[in-house]
Design a protein around this ligand. Structure first.
Ligand SMILES: C[S@@+](CC[C@H](N)C(=O)[O-])C[C@H]1O[C@@H](n2cnc3c(N)ncnc32)[C@H](O)[C@@H]1O
Length: 280
């Protein structure tokens, strides 16, 4: 497990990422000295559908102001900051990749949110939290890196209070078919653990969750990447730099990762799926 997790953290670790994000934003006219959370939204949401997907997922969680929300696999902190700003949640993020934890913390400080969100390094499969310490939890595009969905669900159930909602938005396998790597979450198959909705549902049930909603988002995902491609082509045709996007976080081979993912989405092999779970 330790070697799988270190391989995953290596995959995500992109050197100089925060400076790169700030430089790209400055280039589009953003005043970095007065950075606002909204300025980051094109680059800090590391999942299919970006901010729109986060808004739709969080909209189904019934978050109350002050609710203690755990973001499992919080990346550079976009979804956590969105939940704090738009639903008044008090958010804790945990992520395997230390450099992402550092960037999430630094960006939150830059946008004046250090008191609303906090980030720490750790694994979703062995979380350093006491039982029943959160009202609600979410996980966006992380399960593809988790070999043990039962452990994910039992850990989420352990740290949630009874009745707590766990919102899942992961890329899942809808039918058999070979995947081509690299993908955004894995350089090769040794760190990719994409599972079916059925696998998630049965792991959730074993941990005491019931499913309150489920929505496959394949068409939304295909549209999302088509829009990105169209924007990039338009910028190229006008001789302009491409607009900032999630590709920034994916490093040098972002284009190949996106092309491989798009092929699997268009082939109906993979799709992002929302799963809303209630404990008890
Ligand atoms: C595709 S990114 C999604 C980040 C964030 N949820 C978002 O939507 O912006 C996947 C994240 O999962 C994290 N991750 C992978 N395996 C993990 C584990 N075992 N425990 C915690 N985080 C993990 C990675 O470090 C990475 O930040």
């Amino acid at each position: 497990m330790a070697s799988v997790e270190s391989g995953i953290a290596r995959h995500y670790d992109v050197s100089g990422l925060e400076q790169n994000i700030l430089a790209v934003l400055a280039d589009t006219g953003v005043d970095i000295a007065r950075l606002r959370a909204g300025d980051l939204e094109a680059v800090d949401e590391f999942h299919i559908g970006g901010i729109a997907a986060t808004r739709e997922l969080i909209g189904q969680m019934g978050l109350k102001p002050g609710a203690r929300l755990l973001d499992i696999g919080s990346g550079v902190g976009g979804p956590a900051r969105f939940a704090a700003n738009n639903a008044g949640a008090d958010v804790t993020g945990i992520d395997l990749t230390q450099s992402y934890v550092d960037i999430a913390t630094s960006l939150s400080k830059r946008v004046g949110m250090a008191d609303k969100v906090r980030f720490m390094q750790g694994s979703a499969l062995d979380m350093p939290f006491s039982n029943k310490s959160f009202d609600t939890a979410m996980i966006l595009h992380v399960g593809m890196n988790l070999p043990d969905k039962k452990k994910l669900m039992s850990e989420a159930a352990r740290v949630l209070k009874p009745g707590g909602i766990f919102a899942v938005y992961d890329v899942m396998r809808l039918k058999a078919g070979a995947l081509t790597y690299p993908l955004p979450w894995a350089s090769d198959e040794s760190t990719s653990f994409v599972a079916t909705p059925d696998d998630y549902r049965s792991a959730a049930a074993a941990a005491g969750f019931s499913v309150t909603a489920e929505r496959p988002r394949g068409a939304f995902a295909i549209d999302f990447f088509a829009t990105i491609r169209a924007r990039m082509a338009a910028a190229q045709a006008e001789g302009k730099k491409p607009p900032p996007g999630v590709n920034l976080i994916m490093g040098e081979n972002a284009r190949t990762k996106i092309a491989n993912l798009t092929a699997a989405l268009e082939g109906g092999i993979l799709a992002p799926v929302e799963l809303l779970l209630r404990l008890g």
